[in-house]
Design a protein around this ligand. Structure first.
Ligand code: XBP
Ligand code: MG
Length: 259
């Protein structure tokens, strides 16, 4: 179950951030989010809430900022959708390869994102082909943003799977918290914006998907999964088997001793 922003695609710094700034400019506003400021704002999941928080910090009254944020976000969505359709947003290196390997291995693929459906669908279609994913949950279907687990839970329900039968791939603390709250094992593939976040409860943390030419660096491997320089289907399967065994141990431990 893949997240989109920052996980499957490199979309924040040169994608969403640029689209927000264009929307500000078109509306005649002098606000611009530089790379560093945008990194701070990423703690707020969801573009409209991100704009609202920014306007609130500037002291704009509630009624006014809600209306403006909604207008700006609608325009930002249109701009970003066009960027996605034009091929300006790139896949993270190795993401497409991993999807192919998983599919070849018989793994069912899904997306759980808190981005807007308007741009998620054309972006996935252009980069990976939407037919590849059995289920795609966006903010349109699960409007309460991560770290809320509703996107992951809805994807599980649509897949008709228990949490023990699926794994999440995320790039951020918010995404990891959402996946964990839904009961999923979770691999985090960090990027420059999320590298410093707290991933202590992740099942595996890598600095990329890795390839035979550029190995992924393992940042945390609490269950000794020992990935072979890349995130391989076998590693994900081992992670799920380990999570199931630990769960069985806990359930066993909860039972009163046999008479
Ligand atoms: C991604 C987000 C999104 C995008 C902007 O979080 O927070 O809001 O930054 O997209 P995650 P919208 O990767 O955890 O899903 O403007 O469409 O909200
Ligand atoms: Mg993300």
């Amino acid at each position: 179950m893949f997240d989109v922003d920052g996980t499957l695609v490199d979309s924040e710094r040169d994608g969403h951030r640029v689209a927000f700034n264009r929307a500000f400019q078109e509306a005649g506003l002098s606000d611009r989010w530089d790379v560093e400021r945008y990194g701070e704002l990423l703690q707020i999941a969801g573009g409209e809430l991100r704009i609202t928080a920014h306007l609130e910090r500037q002291g704009m009254p509630e009624g006014e900022r809600k209306e403006l944020a909604s207008k700006l976000h609608a325009r930002k969505t249109a701009i970003f959708t066009e960027m996605a359709k034009q091929g300006e947003i790139k896949a993270r290196p190795g993401a497409g390869e991993l999807l192919c390997e998983l599919q070849d291995d018989g793994v069912r693929l899904a997306v759980a994102t808190t981005g807007s459906g308007a741009w998620v669908h054309p972006l996935l279609e252009r980069l990976f082909g939407t037919g590849r994913f059995e289920v795609i949950v966006t903010a349109d279907e699960a409007p309460v943003r991560k770290p809320d687990p509703s996107a992951h839970r809805l994807a599980l329900a649509q897949l008709r799977l228990a949490a023990s039968g699926a794994a999440a791939v995320e790039d951020s603390r918010n995404g990891l918290r959402a996946a964990k709250a839904a009961g999923l094992a979770c691999v985090v593939v960090v990027n420059d914006y999320t590298r410093q976040e707290d991933f202590s409860d992740a099942d595996l943390v890598l600095d990329g998907y890795g390839s035979p030419r550029a190995c992924a660096r393992v940042l945390s491997d609490p269950h000794a999964l020992d990935p072979p320089g890349s995130l391989a289907p076998a590693t994900i399967r081992r992670m799920l088997a380990g999570a199931a065994a630990r769960h069985a141990d806990v359930v066993q431990g909860d039972r009163p001793p046999a008479p």
